[in-house]
Design a protein around this ligand. Sequence first.
Ligand code: NAD
Ligand code: G6P
Ligand code: MN
Length: 444
Amino acid sequence: MNKKFSIVIAGGGSTFTPGIVAMLLENLDRFPIRQIKFYDNLESRQKQIGDACEILIREKAPEIKFVQTTDPETAFTDVDFVMAHIRVGLYAMREKDEKIPLKYGVVGQETCGPGGIAYGMRSIGGVLELVDYMEKYSPDAWMLNYSNPAAIVAEATRRLKPNSKIINICDMPISIMDRMAKILELESTSELEISYFGLNHFGWWTEIHDKAGKDLMPQLKEYVAQHGYSLPSEIKEGQHVDASWLETFAKAKETYEIDPERLPNTYLQYYFFPEDMVAHTDPQHTRANQVMEGREKHVFGMCNAITAAGSTDNNPVEIDEHASYIVDLARALGMNTGERFLLIVPNDGAVSNFDETAMVEVPCVVGKNGPQAITQGKIPQFQKGLMEQQVSVEKLVVDAWIEGSYQKLWQALSLSRTVPNLRVAKEILDDLIEANQEFWPALK
Ligand code: NAD
Ligand code: G6P
Ligand code: MN
């Protein structure tokens, strides 16, 4: 019971690393840690985050051993958990993923449509490499992966590493549930008991109760029908606070109208209103630019200031509140708590009228043997049709990556609801191939 855990954060140079470290340090009473290691394949980037986090760890918990390295053996030896958030190709490639489709009037987004497909083709190899390192150096460890695009990465690991201890997770539902709790004037999301089904960035809440069993859906539906997930008094700090995120939360009002029985994930806007998304995007200045000028600049500036001062006194590191589910999930696995989480897992009948081999996002009970999906029953024709199309996109991308198949990737692009026709799909694909030469397998 008194075990102290050893963790490696893969993608140590991520903009999210300091917030996660601060969150881990805040939760040591619930989740004791003896060692934190950072691993990245870009030393110069990781060092800026690592040197500042080392100072933070010394201040808050000097007993924790800290290591930052680019050597896989050093990083992955003697760890219980791999917390993975890598971005293969960095923001420079995110920018291309977003801008190339926009040239053709098509949605340019990190995880949805052609941009998400391009990112998937880069991410699969990077995440598989992390799984290999974990299995070689710490075969009993669990990987909690939030590297995107999570849907495609999850399908690739299901197919190529079927027995690996990897769990894919997303913070979007948690962030939306944070808003739901605020709408309902509840203390926190932990008061919400939910049913949910879908694919990653492609799902719906079907039931929401409080702990006493009171149905909260009627009140939420009435609110969302009027305001989407916009709040009367907007959140000022945290991850989803930029103007573009506020537009996204407001747009849920329209996304909701097509099925008033269920509450939608915000990401559905890209599939239901692709033209609106394009119209609201400046093709010369996309989300990647906003993040480089915003979060990336802020986090690296803060870290460099901490390192220069040798202290966090004048630069307190904000705790990433959303990331607290990562601690809860690690606890569930390491301490067998049997808590519930929304996770991306093999369907295996959880959605009974949907492809058993699909990677779905559903509530799961988590203990020391991993996640057990909670059956969600049959889903309606509308969602089933949408999900079959979208899961086929994701499966075809993985086929294309494995087989090096141009045709399969063209099919994947053509099947995305965001792409209008085969010709545009091909034009975008040819541009993406050109831009991704360094990262994608060769396609024939
Ligand atoms: P970032 O570019 O700041 O950080 C990613 C880090 O990964 C970089 O330091 C980079 O050098 C490193 N990296 C890239 N390829 C690597 C490899 N093969 N091996 C080791 N390290 C590698 O990106 P960010 O914006 O902080 O996001 C990190 C990741 O987390 C992205 O994939 C992002 O999409 C994802 N994310 C997911 C969720 C979710 O809901 N699942 C939420 C937020 C962010
Ligand atoms: C949400 C999603 C993530 C995605 C992120 C992008 O948190 O769940 O999967 O990576 O948004 O946010 P950003 O601020 O980088 O555009
Ligand atoms: Mn996500």
